[in-house]
Design a protein around this ligand. Structure first.
Ligand SMILES: C[S@@+](CC[C@H](N)C(=O)[O-])C[C@H]1O[C@@H](n2cnc3c(N)ncnc32)[C@H](O)[C@@H]1O
Length: 344
């Protein structure tokens, strides 16, 4: 256990935030690139990116030149991410020779042609999968986590896993360790053992490549914070919005297939009894009319601490006065205070 853990300290990569009164979720049946290009600079905290695999699994999975297509959206990522923002890209490495385009190609391109910084290559390991006879059966996918700058958000405490009973008991007897640190649990590491969704899984809403809530939740909890904005432009089953609703984040999702709307309805039915924050789903809204989009765009990249502190004080004063001009919507006071307080 390191010093932060022993002394129950928070790492500086976490941010202060205010709980939103309402979260907003913009949903588009539209091409990914069209949505990305309509987004303001530095407006997004986290991109969950689960692109087609280039395995010809479906019509949407066939590409004459996968990398040339991927470059179009990869090149937009540094512009739309906030200074503290990240992108998590799902994919596999084992198909490269056969198809000439996979996560390895994307990572190679990013290494040589992008300012994005690789933080972790997460191995998502599962025990359930297809059998194989000509090679070792595949039991993992990769999630490449890139940050926009070195000032990225990482809330480890939000995703710690409990120690096993024997280790916990030993740590609790160790006088050098604070019991509250031990209670917080351990770093889940960059190997995540989480089952893939079986055909009859309760979570399933019908999309053939739907990702488990647990994987998406871990990414959203660690790499974003309540009141921030998460984007998923290959949204598939809408699981990203489902988790954002549960975790009090705003979301923007898009898929070229209109089944997204049906899947999303089914996702919302699954969580209707367990909601923390009120939420609104907005179909194809004008993004520039949403108040918190503007706020995060304008306010996210203040670099000097002094500016940030001033902003926070201003926000507190403004909140007390209950009068924020220039933004609309039902929860504008809470949102403004939330976005500004994130700066410190
Ligand atoms: C691998 S699936 C995403 C699954 C999703 N992460 C989930 O857990 O449900 C990829 C999705 O990208 C969509 N897609 C493919 N090309 C697209 C494009 N150019 N614009 C928008 N969506 C696209 C497909 O329709 C498909 O639903």
């Amino acid at each position: 256990m390191n010093r932060l853990g022993r002394e129950a300290l928070k790492h500086s990569s976490t941010k202060a935030w205010n709980m939103p009164e309402t979260t907003y979720h913009a949903v588009f049946v539209r091409d990914a690139l069209e949505v990305i290009r309509s987004l303001p600079d530095h407006s997004i905290q986290l991109i969950i990116c689960d692109p087609p695999y280039n395995l010809e699994l479906a019509e949407w999975d066939k590409f004459p030149n996968y990398l040339e297509w991927a470059k179009l959206w990869l090149n937009e990522v540094p512009r739309i991410l906030s200074e503290s923002g990240s992108i998590a890209i799902f994919g596999g490495l084992q198909y490269q020779e056969e198809k000439g385009g996979d996560l390895l190609e994307l990572m190679h391109y990013l290494r040589h042609h992008s300012t994005l910084r690789l933080v972790n290559l997460i191995i998502w390991h599962y025990k359930n999968g297809m059998s194989a006879h000509r090679f070792f059966a595949n039991r993992h996918e990769e999630i490449a986590w890139y940050a926009n700058t070195k000032n990225y958000v990482f809330d480890l405490d939000a995703v710690r896993t409990p120690f096993d009973e024997a280790t916990k008991a030993a740590y609790l007897r160790d006088k050098r360790l604070r019991p509250e640190s031990v209670e917080k649990g351990k770093n889940p590491t960059n190997v995540w053992e989480i089952g893939r969704l079986n055909g009859n899984a309760v979570e399933r809403v019908g999309h053939p490549t739907q990702k488990p809530v647990e994987v998406i939740r871990r990414l959203i909890r660690a790499l974003s914070y309540p009141n921030s904005i998460v984007l998923d432009f290959f949204a598939g089953s809408g699981v990203t919005t489902r988790v954002c609703v549960e975790e009090c984040r705003h979301s923007i999702i898009a898929d070229q297939n209109s089944s997204l709307l049906t899947y999303l309805d089914a996702q919302m039915v699954q969580i209707r009894d367990s909601l923390l924050c009120p939420y609104e789903i907005l179909h194809s809204p004008e993004l520039n009319l949403l108040p918190h989009w503007h706020l995060s765009n304008n306010q996210s990249d203040v670099s000097s601490k002094q500016d940030a502190i001033s902003a926070r004080i201003t926000a507190k004063i403004t909140k007390t006065e209950g009068d924020i001009s220039g933004s609309g919507g039902p929860s504008k006071t809470g949102e403004m205070a939330g976005q500004l307080s994130l700066l410190v």
